[in-house]
Ligand binder design. Structure first.
Ligand code: DUC
Ligand code: ZN
Ligand code: ZN
Length: 416
């Protein structure tokens, strides 16, 4: 038995401008539960409104959640009133972490001055600043030139986002944060150069953390060599990297340079139907730069990390639990209510059979997504029963939970 998994990086019912993720809070959280995850911290997008108004809207959509949910706030503008909203979110709303994009200029990217201002405010208030670290303006040039040269296949998504640009942005964020008291957390870290920067910062005693995701640990950029448009299934940001980067990430999990494994569950269907083009990768059939960036994974994280981590001897049983539950709960103000089996904690429990062999099949998933990046992969170790606050919600293949039984988690500020 292990504590319920804590996945601190999901995008449910998420508006990504030209595209929307296909999982609702109901389908996405049910999928999470079947995968052994009982707590999700999801990204609320500020979008065109104020952060407080965006949170209201997020709450309405999250009402149907079947496991417990918290919210991070993505800030895509810092203007008059934004920092006051940040303070109100932390003090009154239980939203104690903020995601800032260093990529996607003109859409989500914040400039360095805005990043500095948010970090300074977050540092004063004990909140965590999450960063998508890639040099967006340089990537924009590379993407435009690739498309103009007729290089429009999905594989050019990778070649236009070189790992050094993740390393550069990671170091820049660490440098800026050093002028403030902010705790920072790099989401979806994929590159050795970024890991090196995080490692050095941590060795210097800085409050710098990073997660990686199962797809960076189990898949490589070889997937972009697939025939036709199939490679679009692997178009997420940052892209899959080479084996060299993957080996470095596994080392980082071992040394503690990496603190958590989250999914970045950001599901866009491969096919146009049945949900329509807004939810589909097919938007980019003629131009990789129009493929919605994101991939699914909420249902396979815990088992994959057991199979590919514990069974192969790369991480211990305890480190597995730490990476998928305890550490993310601690970093995001949920511990010991979540991520722990101790008196007073929520009885979020997973009965896991370490010996059962099964095969990952999207057709058997509970998410609305129509593919898995791990289709056909044989895995040993399976979630058998899941309890949410003492209630049995998953019993083998049977769903005993219900939409709306998830609670909103007001999180506390932390200075991890
Ligand atoms: N970053 C994410 O964290 N998720 C989806 C898209 C992106 O760029
Ligand atoms: Zn991101
Ligand atoms: Zn994400």
């Amino acid at each position: 038995m292990i504590p319920g998994g804590v996945d601190v990086h999901t995008h449910l019912d998420w508006n990504f401008g030209i595209a929307r993720t296909v999982d609702t809070f109901a389908s996405g959280t049910q999928a999470a539960a079947f995968g052994g995850t009982t707590t999700v911290v999801d990204f609320c997008n500020q979008g065109p409104s104020s952060p407080l108004a965006a949170l209201e809207d997020w709450h309405q959509r999250a009402e149907v959640a079947a496991v417990d949910v918290g919210a991070h706030m993505i800030l895509n503008r810092v203007e008059d009133g934004t920092l006051a909203d940040v303070e109100a979110l932390i003090r009154n709303e239980g939203v104690t972490s903020f995601k800032l994009f260093m990529a996607y200029p003109g859409v989500l990217m914040l400039d360095d001055a805005s990043i500095f201002r948010v970090m300074r405010a977050a540092g004063e208030l004990g909140a965590v600043v999450c960063l998508h670290a890639e040099n967006g303006p340089v990537i924009e040039v590379l993407v435009r030139e690739a498309v103009e040269a007729g290089n429009t296949a999905p594989r050019f998504h990778e070649s236009t986002r070189p790992s050094v640009l993740e390393g550069e942005a990671t170091q820049r964020a660490i440098t800026i944060a050093g002028l403030t008291d902010a705790t920072i957390y790099f989401v979806h870290l994929s590159a050795r150069e970024a890991l090196d920067a995080v490692t050095l910062a941590r060795q210097a005693g800085r409050r710098v953390h990073a997660e990686t995701c199962p797809h960076y640990l189990f898949l490589t950029s070889d997937e972009y060599e697939r025939e036709g448009f199939d490679a679009a299934k692997f178009v997420m940001t940052p892209p899959l990297r080479s084996r060299e980067h993957q080996d470095a990430l596994w080392q980082g999990l071992g040394t503690g340079a990496l603190s958590a494994v989250s999914t970045d569950h950001c599901p866009f269907c491969f096919a146009e139907q049945p949900y329509g083009m807004l939810y589909s990768k097919q938007q980019g059939i003629d131009d990789f730069s129009k493929i919605p960036n994101g991939a699914p994974g909420i249902e396979t994280r815990v088992a994959l990390m057991h199979d590919g981590g514990v069974r192969t001897g790369r991480i211990s049983l305890n480190r597995w639990v730490e990476l998928v539950a305890t550490a993310p709960a601690k970093l995001f103000g949920l511990y010991p209510t979540k991520g722990s089996i101790t008196p007073g904690s929520d009885a979020d429990l997973v009965i896991f059979d370490p010996n059962e062999a099964w095969t990952i099949r999207a057709a058997e998933h509970h998410s609305r997504i129509d593919y898995s990046m791990f289709e056909g992969r044989e895995v040993t170790g399976r979630v058998k029963k899941v309890f949410l606050r003492g209630n049995l919600i998953v019993d083998g293949s049977e769903w005993l939970g219900r939409d709306g039984m998830g609670r909103f988690l007001k999180r506390t500020a932390t200075t991890a």
